[in-house]
Design a protein around this ligand. Structure first.
Ligand SMILES: Nc1ncnc2c1ncn2[C@@H]1O[C@H](COP(=O)(O)OP(=O)(O)O)[C@@H](O)[C@H]1O
Ligand SMILES: N[C@@H](CC(=O)OP(=O)(O)O)C(=O)O
Length: 480
């Protein structure tokens, strides 16, 4: 098969490194089979949380302590702990002392290099001419880069130890004085790589002129992965995750009831990311879709399974719902104003307010005198947004309630009966549908329900719309 793959290994999978070696990086491959692949690896699970902040709980890491008012040295103490954690990981990965010492030396160089930068920055800012706030995004980028460089350096070293011609491709720009764009940095890194004979192991974080974290924050590794696939003209992009992309959340419906999705398309993937269930970051998917590069989402711990193949054109042969996905914690901001009837400009001004407070709009519905936006964001931002709406339109009634979204998604649902079947399934379960959305593309049917009905709505819809119709079989690995 011609061409090469670009493959991303997520942090949780990286933390089960022996399995990543056995299932993904090496496995049964020998000789030439080991090559014609590029790996973009994430930091080991939990490391970026320590460096920045915990992805789920938000508890501060080194970055949070450095920017906060806590004691001057709390961040430095935590940075010590990060270095210790990284060296613990090195002990798990390298049995021989020589390579472990190389790996520890790499950690020390990066940790101490960043520490001295952060100390100097604090000293500079103590004069008042330099404002710390103006440099915080750079601090964030430098800290994130440590974890990404660590895992990529280790992976290349560990593969070299097995006689594989692996190369550490450091996109973090460490001690490089250039200021390249993301495309320039990737093109430069790959300008002299022979994929037939070399196995590039690429850092998930790239330093670039446009500011990776400013644009993508912690979604940067999938952007890097997508860009490398596009710029090296990959045959296929593969994401190795710790679970299959399934017909619903196995933790809600039950592992025995869900099926891995065999195939779907990027339109479906976009709907999933809108619900917070990312097969891939939407901006990363866009790059692959525009270049017709298929994406395969594989379970890192079931290497024999072909996973889910996502492309731009797939449409299931038989009309059916493929995935039931959902999201809790959605805020419905209802704007009721009878003066709106027959006049213009309300929606534009409401959107300007929502944009000002950077609320992510998941859906909206309108009728003659009401516009409801369904948004994701903090309660604080919601309060400030609704306050701004009331100030701008004093005679309007603005109300907010917390709801859950349940979506039935599929690549071919343009047939009568699916919507009524879904609605009647919810009715039979005594679940009240507060609102309903379906665009004419008919790629998703979205039900707005009370948060208390979130789990049961997913279970009932999965039972009525999916467990009763067969899923397309997984596409074999070589059939892309
Ligand atoms: N359709 C689905 N297929 C697989 N997992 C799903 C699905 N919907 C929700 N989930 C849940 O999402 C979890 C993974 O969430 P995600 O944020 O993508 O992973 P991580 O937090 O590891 O980056 C899974 O463990 C599973 O419980
Ligand atoms: N390591 C970074 C980037 C990342 O994408 O990680 P993962 O592939 O584990 O989601 C983070 O934790 O945010």
């Amino acid at each position: 098969m011609n061409g090469h793959t670009v493959e991303k290994i997520g942090g949780t999978s990286m933390s089960r490194f022996q399995e990543a070696l056995d299932n993904i990086l090496v496995g049964h491959r020998k000789g030439q089979e080991l090559y014609n692949r590029i790996f973009v690896v994430s930091a080991y699970g939990g490391v970026t949380d320590m460096l920045l902040e915990h992805k789920k709980s938000g508890s501060p890491g080194v970055y949070g302590l450095y920017t906060g008012a806590e004691s001057d040295w709390a961040w430095g103490d935590l940075l010590n702990k990060v270095g210790e954690r990284m060296c613990e990981i090195n002990t798990d990965i390298f049995e021989d002392d020589l390579n472990r010492q190389k790996a520890d030396q790499f950690v020390r160089e990066r940790i101490e290099g960043v520490r001295s930068c952060l100390i100097d920055l604090h000293r500079l800012c103590s004069y008042g001419h330099f404002q710390l706030d103006e440099h915080l995004i750079t601090v964030r980028e430098m800290l994130a880069a440590i974890g990404e460089a660590h895992s990529a350096f280790n992976t290349a070293l560990r593969l070299q130890q097995q006689g594989i011609n692996a190369h550490f491709i450091d996109l973090t720009g460490w001690r490089e004085l250039d200021n390249l764009t993301l495309d320039e940095r990737i093109k430069q890194a790959f300008s002299s790589i022979d994929l037939e004979r070399e196995l590039p192991i690429v850092t998930g974080y790239p330093r670039c002129k446009e500011g990776t974290m400013q644009t993508y924050d912690r979604g940067y590794s999938e952007i890097t992965f997508s860009k490398v696939a596009v710029l090296t003209e990959a045959r296929e992009a593969i994401i190795h995750k710790e679970y299959h992309l399934s017909s619903a959340d196995p933790k809600v419906v039950g592992r025995d009831k869900v099926e891995p999705i065999g195939r779907t398309n990027y339109d479906v993937a976009d709907q999933l990311s809108n619900l917070g269930m990312e097969a891939i970051h939407p901006r990363a998917a866009k790059g692959l879709r525009q270049r017709d590069i298929p994406l395969r989402v594989k379970n890192a711990f079931e290497p024999e399974h072909a996973g889910t193949l996502i492309d731009g054109n797939y449409k299931s042969d038989t009309p059916c719902v493929e995935i039931i996905a959902g999201r809790k914690g959605v805020f419905a901001i209802e704007f009721f104003e009878q003066d709106m009837v027959g006049s213009y400009g309300y929606d534009t001004q409401l959107l300007n307010i929502l944009e000002k407070f950077k609320l992510k709009i998941l859906a909206k519905d309108t009728n003659a005198n009401t516009i409801t936006h369904f948004v994701a964001g903090s309660l604080e931002l919601i309060k400030r947004t609704t306050q701004a709406m009331k100030e701008r339109f004093p005679s309007a009634t603005v109300s907010v309630c917390k709801v859950a979204f349940i979506s039935a998604i599929g690549s071919n649902m343009n047939v009568p009966g699916l919507l009524s079947n879904a609605a009647s399934a919810l009715a039979k379960a005594s679940i009240n549908i507060l609102a309903l959305h379906q665009s004419m593309r008919q790629v998703d049917m979205q039900f707005v329900v009370d948060e208390k009905d979130y789990e049961s709505a997913i279970i009932y819809l999965h039972e009525h719309l999916i467990e009763r119709c067969s899923m397309p079989a997984p596409v074999s690995l070589g059939a892309a």
